[in-house]
Design a protein around this ligand. Structure first.
Ligand code: UT7
Length: 331
């Protein structure tokens, strides 16, 4: 029997127009362009402005971009997965909102909450639906409106994050391409170092939580940095090792864009030179679940059928993981 894999057959993306530069941040908090650039690699990030604009706005635009390129009928989509930590509302799922807005009226849809690793978790879940035969077309979106949960008086976090979303279409293939292998990990001990205290069921919103600025991202940056460097590199090396991937046959490393120093460490560990590392942190900052699909969106034209891609992420939870993708088409 020929085995079925899920192949990425289309990519879409969207970043909002407003550009928040390091220079503008210099006027908001005690920081400098030099510090941000040298410590993170970020020059600017995009911000979704306006009233009543949730992350669904980003997700809908990304999916519409993918639909325009692939020309598929949205009614054929069986499932929509939206990886995000900044859902429009606690419920319903933002994926439901996006599916309706793009005309995916025959799809079931749900959100995936795995922070910066959310897109890889979603990709793996979507690929399983395809492999099992349950679905023929799955859309996996990764995106966040991080500006909605950012404390713009906290210079240690507000300089990193931005808004944006990307998506992929998954379809079955019997060719030697597609999602080949993945390793996903999590460790709840990470809660201490990276979380948002209030707004959930443990600490619902109150006047006090607002006064204490508890509806914003809390991050102990240097602790998270150490876990990220070790775990993202370890999981990438493990996945590469068991698939006989090395510096010669990996065409692209596709790393979560949290900090250029973490990306460099992961590339170094798997022996990949900088020209094979996808990077857009300079322009978008850290868009949480959005970084990896936005990289695929930015680099789509450079990808060739059969290219070996190693996707890797680390983030809140802690969650981390790596996925081996053999690219399925030439643009
Ligand atoms: O994507 C989800 C997972 N998140 C991550 O992977 C993020 C991982 N962490 C990081 O990327 C880095 O830890 C940060 C970029 C957040 C911070 O960089 P760092 O090199 O770890 O800096 P630090 O927190 O150790 O702070 C070093 C110094 C401190 O000053 P003192 O105590 O040495 O005087 C900070 O107060 O830099 C100071 N500092 C700043 N200075 C200017 C912190 N933020 C800033 C800033 N501008 N924006």
């Amino acid at each position: 029997m020929t085995s079925i894999r899920a192949a990425i057959t289309g990519v879409g993306g969207y970043v909002p127009e407003y550009i928040l530069t390091n220079q503008e941040l210099e006027t908001m908090v005690e920081t400098t362009d030099e510090w941000i650039t040298s410590r993170t690699g970020i020059k600017e990030r995009r911000i979704l402005k306006g009233e009543n604009q949730g992350v669904s706005v980003l997700g809908i635009a990304a999916v519409k971009d993918m639909l325009a390129k692939t020309k598929i009928d949205p009614k054929e989509i069986d499932c929509v997965i939206f990886a995000t930590v900044t859902a429009d509302m606690t419920f319903p799922a933002t994926a439901n909102i996006v599916a309706s807005a793009v005309g995916a009226t025959n799809a079931f849809s749900f959100d995936m909450g795995a922070a910066c690793s959310g897109f890889l978790y979603g990709l793996s879940a979507g690929a399983s639906y395809i492999q099992s035969g349950m679905c023929k077309k799955v859309v996996v979106i990764g995106g966040d409106k991080m500006s909605a949960i950012m404390d713009y008086t906290d210079r240690t976090t507000c300089i990193i994050f931005g808004d944006g979303a990307g998506c992929v279409l998954l379809e079955p293939t019997t060719e030697d391409v597609g999602i080949v292998d993945s390793i996903l990990k999590s460790d709840g001990a990470g809660e201490t170092y990276l979380h948002m205290k209030a707004g959930g069921s443990r600490m619902p919103a109150s006047r006090e939580t607002v006064d204490k600025r508890q509806h914003f991202v809390y991050q102990e940056g240097s602790a998270v940095f150490k876990f990220a460097v070790t775990n993202m590199a370890d999981v990438s090396a493990q996945l590469a090792g068991r698939n006989n991937l090395n510096a010669d046959n990996i065409n692209w490393l596709v790393p979560h864009q949290a900090n250029k120093r973490i990306i460099d460490a992961t590339a170094h560990r798997v022996g990949i030179t900088e020209d094979k590392v996808m990077m857009n942190i300079e322009r978008y900052g850290n868009t949480t679940a959005g970084t990896i699909p936005l990289l695929l969106w930015d680099y789509e034209k450079q990808l060739k059928k059969g290219d070996n891609l190693l996707l890797a992420a680390f983030g809140g939870g802690f969650t981390w993981g790596a996925v081996y993708v053999k690219w399925a088409y030439n643009s």
